[in-house]
Design a protein around this ligand. Sequence first.
Ligand code: G3P
Ligand code: CA
Length: 223
Amino acid sequence: MIIFGHRGAPGYPRRGENTIASFRKALECGATGLEFDVRRCADGQLVVIHDDTIDRTTNGRGRVRSLNYAALCKFDAGFGSPIPLLADVLDEFGARCLLNIELKENGIADDVKKFVIERRLERHVILSSFEWQELASAVPEIPIGLLSSKLANIISAARDLRATAIHPHKDVVTPTLIETAREAGLQIHVWTVNDPAEMSKFRSLGADGIFTDFPERCSTPAS
Ligand code: G3P
Ligand code: CA
């Protein structure tokens, strides 16, 4: 089972989220994958940040799309770490583990795909989004995962879009869903699982991966 550090290892104090330091910490703690969020800033560069503003996760204020990277990178996104560029994250971690790149806005899939292909990381990456159609142009070169907190249509949409995986919220995952996904040839990666008992449950049910803020809590070796 792949253990994705969700935004790195934000469960740890003093590490922030979606920072290089948080990603390093996640790998040190046993994560075998990293999940992170991508947006475009004012000068067109792709940056790794969850929210559409920098207010919650940095010491600054403002909208990501209104700030150039030269300004964005001056803010502290977690004990000295800046908001990283997608390129920096791919370059440091792309060959080391599986990267789940979540598209947090529309219209960036083609540029993300270009960055991945330029670095020959197609087999090290899975692109995901709640906006499933946004993923269509990544296929077939890059695997895609459909994110959802509901089950409606997810298996049929995954088939239609030639997805590799579904990424359901943990509260909607049942043994039947896992079996159905498996029959459809889909991997199933579950978010966000922080309780060790739930980690064990999803492992025994046969989930292919989980996203967690606390990768060190997955005490059993990844398989
Ligand atoms: O990819 C799973 C999870 O990251 C989706 O929700 O809000 O944490 O980006 P969120
Ligand atoms: Ca995410």
